[in-house]
Design a protein around this ligand. Structure first.
Ligand SMILES: [Zn+2]
Ligand SMILES: [Zn+2]
Length: 458
């Protein structure tokens, strides 16, 4: 009996299996991007050694998302069979322009480091379009904070001429996942650049845009403020009309918070963590200077499991000698963070760029303004001027909750008890928080007061 050639049937079945795996992957909303992609790649290669060839076929014939995902996977697979097949295909006259562009994109990605000969293929624009589509496919599956950090690391520092083309492209696209980048770029622009970006934000009809615009609507410059307010009104209007189709991106509920305090330096360390339904933890760790600068430093991470997070907090506690981190409730942690932002804004200190990446995580948490009695922003007890530690350094006096600015300190040249000359370094301050004056006396008078007082207190 003649054996039926079933290789075509098998091939078809394998292709369907791989396509199903891709669809499955695309259905998950926001998986932990890099990791899942690696897992999918391993899974496919485990399914069949011919997976790369099937992916090439899927890349050329399937819908946009599946095709792009196949391209993304192929880029990370070494396969001689695929290379051979690609060469054949390039010579195939039946190949459509779109398919040719896809092939060229894959080639460009594979040869990323080397000099590519895209010019010869004469599909330059579609290749760039494809590359952008691929980038968007990756970005749409990352957490906002990951996108912000990626941008901060690779592009943010570039001169504006170099990145402006990209930024303009993002602004025209209006995709939600570009917002973390836009948030960062807004901070570096002059007022004209800011207004240009703000205008373009009307392409971004999302609840997150409203929060962002609200912040700029309170800007100190009138032109910026007016621009932000008018775009805000437009976005709000469209959002109201389309509220059924547009939802806020998922906000993860509060998981845990830790606060460390250095009362002698007026500093706080806050770790704020949220957790997704799938059990992944996102957190940021923020250093706050409650006396002057507000938010000083920030970092964070996403996709952590409970155990990993616990060990990160333990390590942090060990590493930073200044604080001992204690578990705190969400309200207190948010109070410190919100007040930190307020102080920095009020005093005109720019927020650290890393903090701009993590700020939405904090802002998305429900918060009712409250007061835990921490002094945010030291002012001189005598003249009322803000104390700016950057400028005045060690010449400032901080006495408990009371401070004296460098100028007022320098005027203390006489002992207020005996009237004798006074050297600031040897002076003693007598503080009465309810008065608006710091009494300063010399060493001799100080020791006399102490002697006099001693018997009374015994
Ligand atoms: Zn003063
Ligand atoms: Zn004296």
């Amino acid at each position: 009996m003649a054996k039926i050639d079933d290789s075509l049937v098998q091939r078809y079945a394998l292709r369907e299996k791989i396509l199903a795996a891709l669809c499955q992957h695309l259905k998950k909303t926001k998986p932990q991007a890099g990791d899942t992609l690696q897992r999918l790649k391993r899974h496919l290669l485990h399914t069949s050694s011919r997976a790369p060839e099937m992916l090439l076929d899927i890349m050329l014939t399937e819908q946009k998302s599946e095709s792009n995902l196949a391209l993304l996977l192929l880029e990370q697979m070494e396969s001689a069979a695929v290379k051979r097949r690609m060469q054949e295909l390039f010579r195939d006259p039946k190949l459509t322009e779109r398919q040719r562009a896809k092939l060229a994109t894959l080639k460009a990605l594979q040869e990323e480091q080397e000099e590519t000969s895209l010019g010869e293929i004469s599909v330059h624009n579609s290749v760039i379009g494809n590359l952008l589509e691929i980038t968007e496919l990756i970005w749409s599956r990352l957490e906002d904070e990951e996108i912000g950090l990626l941008w901060l690391e690779d592009y943010f520092h570039l001169p504006i001429e170099e990145k402006w083309t990209l930024v303009r492209f993002f602004l025209d696209r209006g995709e939600r996942f570009y917002l973390p980048i836009i948030r960062l770029e807004l901070a570096t622009q002059d007022s004209e650049g800011v207004r240009y970006i703000l205008e373009k934000l009307q392409n971004f009809v999302y609840p997150e845009t409203v929060i962002l615009l609200e912040q700029w609507a309170e800007h100190s410059e009138v032109a910026v403020r007016i621009c932000a307010q008018s775009v805000l009104a437009r976005v709000r209007k469209v959002l109201r009309k389309r509220r059924h189709e547009i939802s806020a991106s998922p906000t993860y509920p509060f998981y845990k918070a830790y606060v460390g305090e250095d009362a002698l330096a007026g500093q706080f360390g806050v770790v704020y963590a949220v957790r997704s339904d799938a059990g992944f933890i996102k957190f940021c760790s923020v250093l706050i200077d409650s006396w002057d600068r507000g938010i000083v430093d920030c970092w964070g991470d996403v996709g952590k499991k409970a155990k990993e997070f616990a060990s990160i907090v333990r390590a942090l506690d060990k590493e930073i000698e200044q604080f001992s981190y204690q578990k705190a409730d969400s309200r207190y942690a948010l109070y410190l963070l919100h007040e930190g932002v307020r102080l920095a804004t009020k005093r005109g200190y720019p927020l650290p760029n890393e903090f701009r990446v993590w700020r939405p995580l904090i802002e998305q948490q429900p918060y009712q303004p409250c007061n835990y009695g921490v002094t945010f922003g030291l002012a001189c007890l005598e003249c009322g001027n803000w104390i700016r530690f950057e400028q005045e350094k060690e010449s400032v006096w901080v006495l408990g909750q009371v401070a004296l600015c460098a100028t007022c300190v320098s005027q203390k040249s006489q002992c207020e008890h005996c009237g004798g000359p006074l050297v600031v370094a040897d002076a003693y301050a007598l503080v009465n928080p309810s008065s608006d004056h710091v009494e300063v006396i010399c060493k001799r008078c100080f020791s006399r007061t102490k002697r006099k007082e001693k018997p009374r207190s015994q």
